[in-house]
Design a protein around this ligand. Structure first.
Ligand code: DAH
Length: 343
């Protein structure tokens, strides 16, 4: 056995490659190797002999294993050292560009509005997109068979009590319900809304709105006008003028359309304002007394205003986009282009 050990030691001295090492391993430790050959001789020995011979054999095996492992480590380390020696890193090379994402354009508009409204003390709240008819319509003074429901042709689920919300206005009702008719309310609610519209350049079956609601004591249209003024100037420039145009919404009385002076032509008339000098960006009004009542607020004590913006419309005006489908076609070039323009 000593002879074998020395033989292996000698053989390993000249080994520089892993495959040479493997050859030695097979020769001595393989199935038909020298050591296995010795093992097969065990059966011809007496019990006593077996004991000592077996022990020596085990020792030999573990010694050889250690020697082979050490040699393997030595070869691998040598190879790695050589590789590192030849490897050069040029730290003056410019770094590779890592592509970074950018927010969706609609998200930009929402964030800008959220920041502004929060600075005026509004909370941002969310409501469910799968909504009860009760919140989406009934509590908002749109009972079944109300003709104004037709304007919001909706996606109902299994029956006529649950639908994909057709507006963010149901969050008004949900928030008032939580307020229990007692606390002042100042909230905005951005979110997705759905209507059974044919998709084209100006219609989308899914779109985004931002609702606003303020309930307190002694609130008047003047407060709404002042708030709208701040929003218009922030989104479309300091020299924007604003105006109210009479309108109708079942949940507000009086109701108004929110117009801003055209930022494109300085009110001379262009194709964006269709020659009128004014652009409509949302709807609003004083919360209808029936809505206050339905949601637990005493209209003799509380008054409030509400407003709703179409986020796609705001984004289209702000970024000069003329097809609403731009937001939904998953072409990242759009997102990148309009974000860059915004910087
Ligand atoms: N929910 C309305 C719509 O989708 C928009 C709206 C108008 C919201 C007037 C309001 C409001 O809160 O007061 O057409």
């Amino acid at each position: 056995m000593e002879k074998i050990l020395n033989e292996i030691k000698e053989a390993l001295e000249n080994v520089t490659e892993i495959n040479e090492l493997n050859d030695i391993k097979v020769k001595y430790m393989g199935k038909k190797g020298v050591i296995n050959d010795l093992t097969s001789k065990l059966k011809d020995l007496t019990v006593e002999e077996k004991k000592t011979f077996g022990q020596q054999l085990n020792e030999l095996k573990s010694n050889v294993t250690i020697m082979l492992d050490e040699k393997r480590n030595e070869i691998e380390k040598k190879k790695l050292d050589e590789k590192l020696k030849n490897e050069k890193i040029d730290i003056s090379l410019p770094a590779t560009k890592i592509p970074v994402g950018c927010p969706n354009i609609l998200e930009n508009v929402i964030e800008e509005l959220e920041e502004l409204m929060m600075s005026m003390g509004y909370d941002v709240v969310e409501g469910p997109e799968v909504e009860k008819d009760l919140y989406n319509f009934e509590l908002l003074n749109l009972p079944k068979s109300h003709p104004a429901r037709d304007a919001q042709d909706s996606f109902y689920t299994k029956d006529d009590t649950i639908l994909l919300r057709s507006q963010t206005s149901p969050v008004q009702a949900r928030t008032m319900e939580k307020g229990k008719g007692e606390t002042p309310i100042r909230i905005i609610c951005p979110g997705k809304t759905y209507r059974r519209d044919e998709d084209d350049a100006t219609h989308s079956h899914q779109f985004t709105q931002m609702e606003g609601l303020l309930i307190d004591k002694d609130i008047s249209l003047a407060n709404l006008k002042a708030t709208f003024d701040v929003v218009a100037k922030k989104l479309f420039g300091e020299d924007r003028l604003t105006r109210f145009r009479p309108s109708f919404y079942p949940f507000t009385e009086p109701s108004v359309e929110l117009d801003i002076s055209c930022f494109n032509c300085g009110q001379k008339g262009c194709n964006i304002c269709k020659g009128t000098g004014w652009i409509t960006v949302g709807g609003a009004g004083m919360v209808h007394y029936k809505v206050l009542k339905n949601c637990g607020y005493d209209p003799e004590v509380w008054t409030g205003f509400a407003f709703g913006f179409g986020i796609e419309r705001l984004a289209m005006l702000k970024y000069g986009i003329n097809d609403v489908r731009t937001f939904y076609i998953n072409d990242l070039r759009n997102t990148e282009t309009y974000n860059r323009r915004d910087v």
